[in-house]
Design a protein around this ligand. Structure first.
Ligand code: HEM
Length: 159
């Protein structure tokens, strides 16, 4: 910890500079992503993981699930009051989806995924967000190739 003695700067006086201006550490902390941003990311990645697994691109499904974990890690730091719930969701709902991806097993994936949807309702209800319900979009909203990577051709036929 930096102490204000001998003219040293206190932490809140330390500033980061860009060519646009200066920010204190507190201001930098204040603008880190909270639940609205990280949950949007979570919902989008959840959808992308579903369609990647359905298309047979298991590595891409794993990538999206890993990004949900990254969003959860960020949320635990910026909004620590949710840390316990996020760890529990990871263990009870995300892990079985990861296992299905590891096994490349679509029917196992779909069961675990549907449980994961219900799990999001459980935590939204618990936290007073009963009006927020994740629903899977009918079409894959992806600009990434969803089939097995070895089938990909960059000749305009890939969909
Ligand atoms: C422990 C698990 C979870 C907790 C504690 C949690 C908590 C929250 C909270 C507090 C919000 C409101 C954010 C705000 O606007 O301030 C929110 C929104 C949201 N959550 Fe979750 N959530 C969890 C899991 C999930 C999962 C697994 C999904 C996806 C399947 C999901 C999808 C969403 C979506 C789409 C929103 C709305 C984001 C937006 O567009 O504003 N959540 N969640």
């Amino acid at each position: 910890m930096i102490r204000a003695h001998d003219g040293a700067l206190t932490v809140s006086e330390i500033k980061g500079k860009t060519h646009h201006g200066e920010m204190t550490i507190d201001q930098i902390a204040e603008i880190q992503p909270g639940m609205a941003t990280l949950m949007k990311e979570t919902g989008d990645r959840f959808t992308q993981a579903y369609y990647a697994a359905k298309g047979g691109n298991w590595k891409l499904a794993a990538h999206h699930l890993n990004q949900i974990r990254a969003a959860f890690r960020a949320a635990k730091t910026t909004r620590p009051k949710y840390a316990e719930d996020l760890s529990a969701y990871d263990k009870d709902y995300l892990l079985p989806i990861f296992e299905a991806v590891h096994n490349q097993n679509w029917s196992e994936f779909e069961i675990a995924f549907r449980r994961g949807e219900e799990g999001s309702d459980v935590y939204h209800d618990k936290r007073g967000y009963s009006h927020i319900k994740y629903v899977l979009p009918k079409e894959p909203p992806s600009n990434l190739y969803l089939g097995p990577p070895e089938n990909f051709k960059r000749d305009g036929t890939a969909r």
